[in-house]
Design a binder for this molecule. Structure first.
Ligand code: DX5
Ligand code: ZN
Length: 214
């Protein structure tokens, strides 16, 4: 599987989201990474399903919705209706992770689970056979432009091993502080989906930035 580059629109100019999405599409990005924050699970607010529904009209690109919200199960139908292709929820955000993953699949969408930096990989053990994607947070979720936490590389290596043992086809996504330098180590460790917000949207040449993450 080739590397998938998923720019995060958290670093886009929210006053012209359509143009900002077209910009990454033209630059060769594969997925749009959509950071939904509720001000509870993380100390920041972004937007919800109504905004996703509006931007759905701007592109056919794959919508990778990263829900940094408490009780994600309450919003799954809304994101499905808004046009999500994949919904990723945090293992720390629900008491009923298996039920929520099942509910995402019942909606006909791909399901991902995300781990905060301090959450051990062992918390994935029972859910691994049921998910399409594991998201390793390489910063504390809530804000763009933070520094990459180096120990995330070893975490990806551990998850890669777990997936192999479980004969799982789930893919590993990494999110937070990624640039053209540290991307080399995370890809070597086993990450196939590369999220980057400030690196892509802050670049002078967007196409070159996207290409440098492949
Ligand atoms: C952080 C978000 C990330 C963030 C990445 O809470 O989940 O997707 O936008 O931004 P950078 O690449 O700037 O760290
Ligand atoms: Zn994210």
């Amino acid at each position: 599987m080739k590397t998938i580059v998923a720019p995060s629109i958290l670093s886009a100019d929210f006053s012209k989201l359509e143009a900002e999405i077209k910009k990454i599409e033209k630059a060769g990005a594969d997925w749009v990474h959509i950071d939904v924050m509720d001000g509870n699970f993380v100390p920041n607010l972004t937007f919800g399903a109504p905004v996703v529904k509006k931007i759905r009209k701007s592109t056919k690109m794959f919508f990778d919705c990263h829900l940094m919200v408490e009780h994600p199960e309450s919003y799954l139908q809304d994101f499905k209706d808004a046009g999500a292709d994949l919904i990723c929820i945090h293992v720390e955000a629900t008491k009923h992770l298996h039920r929520a993953v099942q509910a995402i699949h019942d909606l006909g969408l791909q399901a991902g689970v995300a781990l905060n930096p301090a959450t051990p990989v062992e918390s994935l053990a029972e859910i691994l056979p049921y998910v399409d994607l594991i998201l390793v947070m390489s910063v504390n979720p809530g804000f763009g432009g933070q520094s990459f936490i180096e120990s995330s590389v070893e975490k990806i290596v551990k998850i890669k091993k777990m997936l192999k043992i479980a004969k799982s086809k789930a893919v590993i996504e990494v999110d937070g502080g990624i640039n053209d330098k540290n991307v080399v180590a995370v890809k070597k460790a086993g990450a196939k989906i590369i999220v980057a917000g400030s690196y892509v949207y802050g670049a002078k040449d967007t196409a070159q930035a996207v290409q440098s993450l492949r």
